[in-house]
Structure formats: C-alpha cells, structure tokens
Design a protein around this ligand. Structure first.
Ligand SMILES: Nc1nc2c(c(=O)[nH]1)N[C@H]1C(S)=C(S)[C@@H](COP(=O)(O)OP(=O)(O)OC[C@H]3O[C@@H](n4cnc5c(=O)[nH]c(N)nc54)[C@H](O)[C@@H]3O)O[C@H]1N2
Ligand SMILES: Nc1nc2c(c(=O)[nH]1)N[C@H]1C(S)=C(S)[C@@H](COP(=O)(O)OP(=O)(O)OC[C@H]3O[C@@H](n4cnc5c(=O)[nH]c(N)nc54)[C@H](O)[C@@H]3O)O[C@H]1N2
Ligand code: SF4
Ligand SMILES: [Mo]
Length: 720
C-alpha cells in the first residue's frame, strides 16, 4: 500500500525536533527523527517517538465532557459551550472579573493556539487572577533579564556549538533535552564541546546524566548556587581577572557586593571546598570562550532571581556576554519583542509589582501572580475571591506546591473549566472539559522557543492529519465571545478579524498582506513579515524541513530596552535582595537534616505522557534517591520504603539507595501520583507513583519573582 511521509515539529519539549511521520491514509505507520530537519538532523528522543501512541491513545479525549448529576459525561460542543456560558456568565455577573482565575500550563507555550489566542481570552476576561506554570519554572530568569536587559524574554543563551567552556548549574539537558536553550540533540552538542578540547563542569546535588558525561561534577547543597556564583565573582575581582563586555553599567557596584562572599565564607553552606571554587573561577576566566548556564535547579529556589542574575553577571564580567562561544541573544524570525527598534537599546524601565495578590500581597510579574498563592485566593473570602477557574493545558493539581491543598480548593469552586486532552488529576474537578486536537492534527511553529535557540531557526509545519475537533484557537475565541457577553455563538470569523487587525497594527504590517489566511496562520504570516528576516509564511511552507538563519550574532546594544541603552548590571531591585543572601552565610546547617529535590526523567513530561505504555513500561521510576550513609543511619534498605514529611504534607515512597545523590538530599521526581479517583488514565494509574508536590511548600517563594521553591525543601525522612 502507498504510504507517505510528512515532516512535523515535535511540540513536547523546547528542543523543537523535526519528526518524520509516515502515514497510510489517516493511519500513523511510524514516527521517527526527520533526517532532513535543518536543526535536529534526525535526532529524536523517546517522547517524540511516542507521538503515535499519544495520537492513538483511547483515553485521549475526543469529545467535550460536561458534569451531569455529579458525573463527567460526554456532550456535544454546543451543550458544552451553552453550559460554560450559563455557569461562567453567572460567576462574572455576580462576582466580577477577578472572581475568574486562569491557569495556563506548559503545553500552552508549545503551540500557536494558546500563545496567540490565550492572550486574547485573557485580555477579554480582564481578571487580575492570572497564573501560569512560569511561577513553578523560570520566572526568576524573566525578572532578572527584565532588570538587566529591559526585556523579560531577552535571555542570553549558551552558544553551545562554539563554546570552549560550559559551566552548568541545576540543569540536566541529557534528560530534559535543554531548557531556555533550544538545542535538539543537546547530548551530541555537549559531546562535541569536549571533542574540540573544551570543558564541561556540572554543579548539581545529584550526579545527573549530564554530570556523568561532563569533565567535572561539583556537588552543591540545594539552594546555595547564588553563594557559589558570588564567590566565583569574588575570586575574579580579587585576582584582577575581569574582562568586562562593553555596554555595562554598575560594574563597580556589583564587584563591591561580591566582597563578603569569599570561597571560605561560602564553603560551609555550599559544601564546596574553597580551592575548588578558586580553580573553577580561574578556568572560567582563562577559557578562550565560556558560558555560564543555570536552569530549573537554580530558578525553582529561594534565591532564584539572584542566581539568574549572577549567571549573567559572570558572563558579562568575563567578556562572554554577546560574543561567539559565550552567552548570546538569538534573533528570531517572528514575534520577538527585542528584534525591532532603532538600534539604540533604549526602552522603558522594567518593573514588577504593578499590582499585588489579594491575600498574601505578592507582587505581579509579567502580568501574572504566583501560582503558589492560587489556593489562598480561592479559600479566602472577601471582595475579589476566586470562584471559578479556567485551566488551559495545565495540571496544577500535580505540578504546583502543596497540591493537596490546591485540590481541596479547586474541588470547592463554583465552576471549573478545563481545556485538556485528558481527564486527569485537575480536569477531574472540572464542570466542563474541552479537548484539543492531537499534535498531528494541528500546525506548528515554535513562536516562543526560537527566541531561546542556540541557532536562529524558522520552521513551520502544517497539520499532518485532518480533525473533526475544533482547533484550540477556535475554542479560545469562542470562550472570548462568552466572557465578552456575546454568548456561545459569537461570530468567530469576525472575532478573528479583530485579532488580526490588532496584530497588524502592533507590527505595522498591512493586514491585507496575509490575505486568504485565517487563524494562527494569518497572525504568523504578519509576525514573520514584520520580523528581522522579512520572511513570509509562504517562504516557510516552501521549506518543509525548516530554514536555518545561521549561528547567533552579537546584538548589543540594539537588543536592550533599558532607559539608557546600557546593561544594568546592578539594578536596585536585585541589589536590595543581597542582604537576604548574605544572611545565609551565617546560617548553621544542622547535621542529619534533609532537603528534597526533584529529578526530571527522559521518559516523562512533567505530569503527563504517563498514559503511554512505551514511556512508562519497565521498573517503577518514581522512587526516592537516598545516599548510602543516610540509608544506613535511617535503617532504610534499597528497595525498601520511606515516609517523607514536610510542613505541607507527607507521603510514602519506594527508596533507591545510591551514591549519585549527596548526603542529606533526597530526590523524588515530580508529576506522578496518578491513582486519584475520577481520572481516565488507564495506563498511568497502573504506574501511579507518588506526587512529590504533596511535600512542596506553598509558603516558600523567591520574593522577587514569586517563583515557588521546588528544590531544597526541608523534609524529615524515616523508614517504614
Ligand atoms: N516538584 C516539582 N514540580 C514541578 C517541577 C519540578 O521540577 N518539580 N517542574 C515545573 C515545571 S518546569 C513546569 S513547566 C510545570 C508544568 O506544569 P503544568 O503545565 O501545570 O503541567 P503539565 O504536566 O505540563 O500538564 C500539562 C497538561 O496539558 C495537557 N495537554 C497536553 N497537550 C495539550 C494540548 O495540546 N492542549 C491542551 N488543552 N492540553 C494539553 C496534559 O494532558 C496535561 O494535563 O510543572 C512544574 N512543577
Ligand atoms: N524528558 C523530559 N524533558 C523535559 C521535561 C520533562 O518533564 N521530561 N520538562 C520540560 C520542562 S517544562 C522544563 S522547564 C525543562 C527543565 O530542564 P532542566 O532545567 O534541564 O531540568 P532538570 O532535568 O529538572 O534539571 C535540573 C537539575 O537541577 C538539579 N538541582 C536540584 N536542586 C538544585 C540546586 O539547588 N542547585 C543546583 N545546582 N542543581 C540543583 C537537579 O538534580 C537536576 O539535575 O525540561 C523540559 N524537558
Ligand atoms: S527532544 Fe523534545 S522536541 Fe525532540 S523529540 Fe524529544 S520531546 Fe520532541
Ligand atoms: Mo517547565
């Protein structure tokens, strides 16, 4: 029988790999890496390979669900939208806009629909109670980048393909495939650094797979990376080894701040010997090119924003910011806020805290509030109390701190709407669930992640298969119609035309240029035309395996948007947080106490994709790692069980005894715990695991960004 192959871009992580999907009619024969993809060149990981399993998963929703006499039952789209109009309309009419909270999860960032039309809905809704997975992830990096460079998405990316020295803190690209560093086949790219004589150093409380493949693994006590980075800077200052990049303000100030953080002063809290820190600093300074790179382990931490800042301070003061082989600014083809401008780098001052959360008074950042306070906003009565939740492509009942408390809160809401492809731990509380097409049934362009890429790339792939489901952008527009009082049958074409007009106005391109297109394709065409390469969607359609726009180029100062067009290396907001860090120097560490960290896994994707047999088969991976010395002291055996307790909650978990984790540190992967009642995840429930976010404490935050502390949580451990 005749089969055909079509290229699609994998939407599951930040690597944007090209996949080759072989189809027989509408049946998927196989999925493999697309050897012709200009960026990934055939690389694929187990998750990408399971696209077929996801597409065919019988538990994946194909119709809306509406709660009827307490049960979620299948319904038509008309019934579902009528119910939303009635129930959401009532909450809005009675309690106002802030009574409706929105949570947007991670897959929302990996597709055009939610990126382009989610914001249309948010704007129409006008609620201040906007939450996303960003505050359990990388908000500190956005806030520090906003202060330093004037743009929350102006994030320097390690120039992986040219660097001769890579210092990685709290990232494990061999499992995660890279984050805030779009780099398909991160493993191959890292290997080539060593092959060309470069060096990789990994700072991690755990001997991760990336640490195993590095030149050096430096174990660190969780939550103390900012101390280490300040100490590296202190050594560079003391030894007169600074070679600052141009365009910097605040160099003397930041050097003065480093003074108390000597290697000797930080050795106790970090657990890293002073001579190791001195050697690390010298290697960084002496490398022909170097990039310091920090990720989840450094951002989901109490000093997340300071750590994110110090990563870039070190890059800037070693002359590696904005130079080949250092940390550079990508230039994306579409939608990048820092791409245009007059080249002067001038912009408005970046600010957070334009409003505060009602209950805990936590500052807004990037127009959202910390998800760690969502339960407070639901539980606490008063003007502005949250009474309804719209959850878009997210599973906060597994992915956010003290999820047991959040579940109780969500369970008590007047109305919950979930846009999700599964009935899972969060959508089981919904009154209405609206599904989306499978990734094979929608087009793809990675609007967000090409802005964070190690090469400049543009790749658009159309839907591989037709669908009977509405596209998710249409669903979001329909909801926009509902929250603006137009009812469930608003004219979608008219609404979409308004969105296109608005995009055209913002980008300065005539909307007529994209004639003949609708939906995300029209918006993308406009954004490409307005972009720095002046591409069109037709150009991308003519290049089904992508267009390589070349290696990263220096962009200072034009990439900046600061009031004086210079990098603000010592912004007041960050400087003001340094005394809190300094207090850590004198904090005694109790012997025998434990902290919890996570462990991302190659065959997992946060809290989902656990319903796909190819990814979960084999032995139970949701285990707690415990160091042999700790295990002996506690009387826990390999394969035995432990009870783990924190201020927030407790759980019981199978233990793996391994020297790959530091003494005093316990590592449990997040996103598991699929044995809840009311879910339809028949495979996942048989590999349920435990939910580590029962232990994560919603009161622990990085104050500058509102990001939750998900690594370095104080716990107690005992044998069961
Ligand atoms: N303890 C701990 N917690 C963590 C982390 C950690 O390291 N440790 N990591 C954090 C990070 S980095 C992140 S990003 C968050 C993720 O947090 P969330 O985004 O809340 O969780 P996900 O597990 O990504 O859930 C995604 C949901 O989207 C659904 N989905 C998938 N594709 C689509 C689609 O096309 N359309 C729609 N509508 N739905 C879809 C899935 O079924 C799933 O329910 O978790 C965070 N939580
Ligand atoms: N296979 C797979 N890929 C994924 C995901 C997934 O769930 N599965 N999730 C995607 C998402 S949403 C994201 S945000 C990215 C995240 O991508 P990464 O940031 O690379 O995520 P992790 O693999 O969790 O790596 C974090 C590392 O930090 C270490 N760590 C913990 N605490 C500390 C600390 O205090 N200091 C230091 N220095 N290290 C610490 C952990 O041991 C771990 O090795 O991955 C993405 N890719
Ligand atoms: S690395 Fe990421 S983008 Fe590439 S195949 Fe795997 S999940 Fe997909
Ligand atoms: Mo994430």
């Amino acid at each position: 029988m005749a089969t055909r192959s079509v290229p699609v871009t994998c939407p599951f992580c930040e690597a944007t790999c090209g996949l080759e999907v072989t189809l027989d009619g509408e049946r998927v024969v196989r999925v493999r890496g697309d050897a012709d993809d200009v960026f990934s060149r055939g690389f694929v990981c187990p998750k990408g390979g399971s696209l077929k399993a996801l597409h065919e998963d019988p538990d994946r929703l194909r119709t809306p669900l509406v709660r009827h006499e307490g049960e979620l039952v299948e319904a038509t789209w008309e019934e579902a939208f009528a119910e939303i109009d009635r129930r959401l309309g009532a909450v809005l009419a009675e309690h106002g806009r802030d009574a409706v909270a929105v949570y947007t999860g991670n897959p929302g960032a990996h597709g055009l629909a939610v990126l382009l039309y989610g914001r249309v809905l948010l704007k129409a809704l006008g609620s201040r109670n906007v939450f996303t997975a960003t505050t359990v992830d990388q908000m500190p990096k956005h806030v520090s980048s906003g202060h330093l460079f004037g743009g929350a998405l102006t994030i320097p990316i390690p120039d992986l393909d040219r660097t001769q020295h890579l210092l990685i803190l709290g990232a494990n690209p061999l499992a995660s495939n890279g984050s805030l560093m779009t780099s398909p086949d991160a493993r191959g790219r890292l290997r080539r650094i060593r092959e060309r004589g470069g060096r990789i150093v990994v700072v991690d409380p755990r001997r991760s797979r990336t640490a195993e493949h590095a030149d050096e693994h430096v174990p660190i006590r969780p939550g103390t990376d900012a101390l280490l980075l300040f100490a590296l800077l202190q050594v560079l200052v003391e030894e007169d080894r600074l070679t600052p990049t141009e365009h910097l303000d605040g160099v003397p100030e930041v050097c003065a701040l480093a003074e108390p953080f000597t290697p000797e002063a930080v050795a106790g809290p970090t657990g890293i010997a002073p001579e190791t820190i001195r050697r690390m600093a010298r290697e960084l300074a002496e490398a022909p090119s170097a990039a310091v790179y920090g990720r989840i382990g450094t951002t989901t931490a109490a000093f997340g924003t300071l750590t994110s800042w110090l990563v870039d301070v070190l890059n800037a003061l070693t002359g590696n910011l904005d130079r080949p082989g250092g940390a550079m600014f990508p230039l994306a083809a579409a939608g990048q806020a820092n791409a245009g401008g007059d080249g002067s780098g001038h912009g408005r001052a970046f600010a957070t805290g334009r409003w505060a959360s009602r209950v805990r008074g936590l500052p807004e950042a990037l127009g959202e509030l910390p998800v760690a306070t969502l339960a407070d906003e639901i539980e606490t009565p008063g003007e502005g109390q949250v009474r309804a939740l719209i959850c878009v492509a997210g599973n906060p009942c597994r992915s956010t701190p003290n999820s047991a408390r959040l579940e109780r809160a969500v369970g008590g809401l007047d109305f919950v709407l979930s846009l999700d492809i599964y009935r899972n731990e969060t959508s089981r509380y919904a009154d209405v669930v609206l599904p989306a097409p499978s990734p094979l049934e929608r087009s793809h362009y990675d609007l967000a992640f090409y802005q964070l890429s190690v090469r400049n790339i543009a790749n658009y792939t159309p839907a591989a298969l037709p669908t009977e489901l509405p596209q998710e952008w249409e669903t979001l527009l329909r909801l926009t119609g509902i929250v603006t009082g137009q009812g469930a049958d608003a004219d979608l074409a008219a609404l979409d035309a308004v969105v296109a007009e608005e995009t055209a106005r913002r980008t300065g391109v005539d909307v007529g240029e994209a004639d003949g297109r609708t939906g995300p394709e029209r918006l993308l065409d406009l954004l490409l035309r307005a972009g720095p390469y002046e591409l069109t969607l037709a150009d991308l359609e003519a290049a089904p395996h992508g267009i390589d726009l070349g290696e990263l180029q220096p962009r200072l100062p034009g990439v900046l948007r600061t009031p004086n067009g210079r990098v603000r290396l010592a912004p007041e907001a960050l400087v003001a947080d340094v005394p809190r860090l300094q207090a850590e120097l004198s904090r005694a560490h109790e012997g025998g106490s434990f902290v919890l960290i996570g462990r991302r896994q190659l065959r997992s994707n946060n809290s989902w994709m656990h319903n796909l047999e190819p990814l979960v088969k084999g032995k139970d991976r949701c285990t707690a790692w415990l160091h042999p010395d700790d295990a002996a002291r506690l009387g826990v055996r390999d394969g035995g069980r432990a009870r783990v307790r924190s201020r927030a909650g407790e759980l019981e978990v199978a233990v793996e005894v391994t020297a790959d984790v530091m003494p005093g540190v316990v590592s449990i992967p997040h996103g598991w715990g699929h044995d809840a009642e009311g879910v339809r995840l028949r495979v996942a429930t048989t590999h349920a695991g435990v939910n580590s976010n029962l232990l994560a404490d919603e009161t622990l935050l990085d104050p500058l960004s509102g990001n939750a502390v998900l690594n370095g949580i104080p716990i107690e451990v005992e044998a069961v």
